[in-house]
Design a protein. Structure first.
Length: 472
């Protein structure tokens, strides 16, 4: 999410069990197709599981955050009613929370150090080498034991599990006829305190970042999706926080997440992920079949994932299908291959991102201190590309814009607005108040707010300088 999925997905803290009763399948695959898929996936060297290539450097045993520990950290944040952008740790708000935080930091340090010692001892036995080496997330010297857990913290969140463990990540190699993809399970997440880690068997790939793609190629892709230069610049800026068109992720609270905006299935195997697939299938059924159906992926009329188990040929749907995609990297590899090889799937991603997350037409209602209610659209007062990127970042990652309403309410005390358009001269202040994962006001590739209703500073590149980018 990550690169994270929406923090709202963190609400899905209870994983769907692979053994839950299967949902009735709509039978999108014939018996012959299912048999052919089992033959395809069982071909020699099509799918291999092995130890990673770099065990000599990183070790067979490695330190990882535990899934129970990640869930506990999520509860710890939620019970304190604290939220922070992915990759950041919420700060304590009072003396009681300061004491809790000291204990959590000490417990995490001790758990990671102990897991590191175990990993090195195991690797010494197996590889005759003291690996892994020093790690900035692990104390180099033995840390003190944290002591008893504060009782008020235990009463609030519950007893803490181990926050780190020594595990053996495995490498999964999936070979199509036109590309071979590699993944590792037991993903090393971005932070030792990452609160969204849920599946040890999950894998990920950041894909090819949009910023590293040739500008001419991006121009062609956005043109195929009928996007304007302005829309292209905004979505490219936001996508730098998510991933490439071929990015995939099955280890966190998004369950199955794909693409440059990380369309997520969540536990029911649908949501924005299902909306993307359903739209692609409806708009371009032939290329959808070539990219997905022929490999064992489809989508129901209700927008839920449908898969054929590569090993058994069983047809699975919705949440059970999502869990199968988490457990079997062959299925998620289908999405990465499509993101790499199919300009039609990429165009479908861009169209879906605009349909679901483009913010200009979103309705806004704010109640002023005197009880007056102002209604309108975001486009009434957000005019710049930097402003649109900031709002879109919030939509993609949190699915909520209540912070925008709060910002408008606070600003309204400085003057007496009669309509939402009266907030336009204050766009820069609004954007500063609602910025989330990145400060788009510092992005020279985006037009910027300027004092005065409806006026913006154009991108640097359009004024004769700046980096070369699509639509410049």
């Amino acid at each position: 999410m990550t690169k994270t999925t929406a923090w709202m997905a963190g609400l899905m803290v209870v994983a769907v069990s692979a053994s839950q009763p299967p949902v009735a399948s709509p039978n999108l695959f014939s018996a012959d197709e299912r048999a052919a898929l089992v033959d395809f996936w069982s071909a020699p060297n099509r799918y291999q599981v092995s130890i990673p290539d770099d065990v000599a450097q990183k070790g067979l045993w490695q330190v990882r955050l535990t899934v129970p520990g990640s869930k506990w950290l999520w509860d710890y944040n939620r019970k304190r009613n604290l939220i922070a952008p992915p990759g950041q740790v919420p700060k304590p708000e009072n003396a009681q929370q300061v004491e809790w935080e000291k204990w959590v930091v000490a417990r995490l340090a001790r758990d990671r150090w102990e897991a590191w010692q175990l990993a090195r001892a195991q690797n010494q036995k197996v590889l005759n080498a003291l690996v892994p080496g020093p790690d900035k997330t692990i104390p180099s010297d033995e840390p003190a034991r944290p002591g008893p857990m504060p009782q008020d913290l235990a009463d609030l969140v519950g007893d803490v599990p181990k926050l780190a463990e020594a595990v053996v990540p495995m490498q999964h190699t999936v070979a199509f006829d036109d590309v071979t993809l590699k993944y590792r399970d037991n993903v090393r997440v971005s932070s030792p305190r990452y609160p969204y880690y849920r599946f040890e068997k999950g894998v990920n790939s950041e894909g090819v970042p949009m910023i590293k793609m040739p500008p001419a190629q991006l121009d062609k892709l956005f043109e195929a999706a009928n996007m304007t230069d302005r829309e292209c610049r905004v979505m490219r800026a936001v996508s730098e926080l998510e991933g490439g068109f071929d990015s995939v992720n099955t280890y966190d609270t998004g369950f199955v997440s794909v693409g440059f905006i990380q369309f997520a299935s969540l536990k029911d195997g649908a949501n924005s992920f299902g909306t993307l697939l359903k739209a692609y299938k409806a708009d371009d059924p032939d290329h959808f079949a070539a990219d997905f159906h022929r490999f064992g992926i489809d989508v129901t009329d209700a927008g839920a994932l449908e898969v054929v188990d590569p090993a058994t040929g069983a047809e699975l749907t919705a949440g059970v299908a999502a869990m199968k995609a988490i457990e079997d990297p062959r299925l998620i590899a289908i999405f990465q291959r499509a993101g790499l090889k199919s300009q039609f799937f990429v165009a479908a991603q861009i169209r879906a991102a605009k349909s679901m997350y483009w913010p200009e037409s979103d309705s806004v209602k704010v109640t002023l201190a005197d009880g007056t209610t102002l209604s309108g659209r975001i486009s009434d007062f957000i005019k710049s590309e930097a402003g649109l990127a900031t709002v879109m970042d919030r939509k993609v990652n949190t699915s909520r814009l209540d912070v925008l309403v709060t910002a408008l309410s606070q600003l309204s005390s400085q003057f007496h607005p009669r309509s939402l358009s009266d907030f336009a001269p204050y766009e820069r202040q609004i954007v500063q108040k609602i910025k989330y994962r990145r400060d788009f006001l510092a992005d020279e590739d985006l037009s910027q707010p300027l004092a005065g209703p409806g006026r913006v500073v154009p991108p640097v590149a359009s004024r004769g300088g700046g980096r070369r980018r699509s639509g410049g």
